[in-house]
Structures are given as C-alpha cells and as structure tokens.
Design a binder for this molecule. Structure first.
Ligand code: AMP
Ligand code: ZN
Ligand code: FE
Ligand code: FE
Length: 288
C-alpha cells in the first residue's frame, strides 16, 4: 500500500511549536509511514523524537536538519537526512551558527529599541522552546508585548527583508554545509528550490556547484511548490542523476495552515519515494 511520508518538519527545538515527541505522535495520527525532523541549525530535538518513535512499530523516524546558507540570490536552505548520532563536525558548525544567530538577535533588539520598541532577550527566549532562536520568536515576543497583532504584521513591519529592524543572517556557505553533512554520511538535499523565482538556469548552476561536495538530491515536493514546480524539479533531478525528497515544512501553530504530510492539502510524498532514498543509501553502503 502506498502511504504518505513527511521528510521536512520543524519542532520547538527551532521555530515549530510541537515538542519532538508531540510531532512524532501527530505524524502517527496523520497516518504517516515515516517522518523526518529537520529543525533549523539544531539537532537537539532528534533524540527525544527517536525515542518516541522507537516505542511504535507503525512509524519510521529519520534524523534530519535544515541549514541556512548564503548565495547571491539570498538564503538557500540545505536539508540533511539520516544525520548520524556521532556528528561532531556538523554539531560544531551548527553551534557556531547558533552563536551568530544570538548576536544577530541582540542587534535586531537594538534596532527595535531605536524605533521605541523595547524587548529584552529574556522576552524572546521565553517564546523559544529550544536552542535555535530567531525571528519567529522575536515576532511572538512582539505580539506578547502588544506591539503587533500577528506574526505577519511583525515580519511586514519590522523583521522581514523590507522591515525596519531587518538584519540578514550570517550563514554558512553552501559548499561547506553540503560537505560537512555528506562527510558524516547524511543524504544532502537542496530544500524547496522553487520557493522563489530564481533567474533561468540558476538552480541548475547551484546543483552543478554542489555536486562535487556530495549533494545527493533536491526537494521536489514542498507545501509552497505547485504540481508544475514538482514536475520541473523531478526533470532537473533526472538530468543530474539526483535523488528527490520532500515534505510539508510543518511548523505547528507557527504556520497553522500547513499540516503534517499533506501541507495545504494536496501534498503527497509517497513511501515509494522514501524507499528509493533508502535504496540509494544501501547502494552507497550507508545505514538507514
Ligand atoms: P531566521 O532563521 O531567524 O532568519 O527566521 C526565518 C524563519 O522565519 C523562517 O524559517 C520562517 O519560518 C519565518 N518567516 C520568514 N518570513 C516570514 C513571514 N513573512 N511571515 C512569517 N514567518 C516568516
Ligand atoms: Zn522555520
Ligand atoms: Fe527552509
Ligand atoms: Fe524548513
């Protein structure tokens, strides 16, 4: 029987709202055969989720992570799946990223203060459930303190790229992210490549750039991809002999319209696609 899987989700370890255990339980309720947690810049939710999933025989759990990288077209996200437990080089790179996030958050608060908006770091950390803290938590603190009514308003007025307190994130370069993850045995994917319109041929060049560093594939399915987008990514993957992955990018109550497994309603990442990823890993001699 073909079932659904979801290989891109966030918990409160970064900017989602489910705890890792709740996310696994919600994935079971949604009838998913497998789920990956891919929090931004942290692995801290993975052990709890893995322990939870191990209590059940109806769901497989994949340890993952989503890393922000910088390009001439802005941030591109790289997803690593099957992150091993022993992953010191990756953990070190992520810890450095989180430290830079902390500095940026502080500078955003300073910019807000010049606009007569006064939040402390404690106000922000109170909104965060884990160690990867960023703009969504600042947005929630702005709501709690009554400065804005919604997350959208917080991003539009202050935190988004045209907002008054915007600061870009100091991120990894994509080659480094791909190589550190592929070296420890992750399957590495370009995340949501159709999220924005890129110049013609730009994604192809990005793929070519990353292939020598161990890129495994690209996300074909994502809540923000149309069916035509997914078809285009699958065609691109064929041209470069890449694997395809995907998921909803579920963030719990922080993106309430996106559901586990189904996204806005029509997402369907099949167990067949998941089995192909596992076959590829077995061919490479990698565990799964
Ligand atoms: P950061 O990693 O701190 O730069 O925050 C990026 C996160 O903010 C993304 O992963 C989204 O979840 C969220 N985000 C970005 N833009 C918006 C927006 N306009 N409305 C709501 N959430 C957003
Ligand atoms: Zn996010
Ligand atoms: Fe992303
Ligand atoms: Fe994501």
């Amino acid at each position: 029987m073909i079932q659904r899987v979801d290989l891109h989700t966030h918990t409160c370890a970064s900017d989602g709202t489910d705890t890792p255990a709740q996310l696994v339980e919600n994935a079971r309720k949604a009838g998913l055969a497998a789920v990956a947690i891919t929090d931004h810049d942290t692995l801290s939710g993975l052990d709890e989720a893995q322990r939870t999933a191990a209590q059940f025989n109806d769901i497989e759990f994949v340890r993952g992570v989503e890393v922000s990288t910088g390009t001439d077209q802005g941030e591109m996200h790289i997803v690593g799946l099957w992150v091993p437990k022993d992953c010191e080089p990756l953990e070190n790179a992520l810890a450095a990223m989180r430290a830079r996030r902390g500095e940026r958050n502080q500078r955003i608060l300073e910019k807000l203060a010049t606009l007569d908006i006064h939040l402390t770091m404690e106000d922000v950390l109170r909104e965060a459930g884990g160690e990867s803290v960023g703009r969504p938590h600042i947005a929630r603190a702005l709501i709690t303190k009554g400065y804005v009514k919604t997350i959208t308003e917080a991003f539009d007025k202050y935190l988004g790229s045209t907002g008054k307190a915007y600061l870009p994130k100091d991120v990894m370069n994509p080659e480094e992210a791909v190589s550190v993850m592929s070296h420890i045995g992750c399957s590495v994917f370009i995340a949501h490549p159709m999220l924005k319109p890129y110049p013609p041929g730009w994604i192809d060049e990005f793929v070519k750039r990353l292939l020598p560093f161990g890129l495994c594939g690209i996300e074909a399915w994502h809540s923000e991809h149309t069916e035509a987008d997914s078809r285009a990514v699958i065609a691109l993957a064929r041209r470069f002999h890449l694997c395809v992955s995907g998921g909803s990018d579920y963030h719990g109550k922080n993106k309430p319209r996106i559901q586990l497994g189904t996204g806005y309603g029509s997402l369907f990442v099949t167990t067949d696609a998941y089995e192909r990823l596992k076959d590829w890993r077995r061919e490479q001699g990698l565990p799964c």
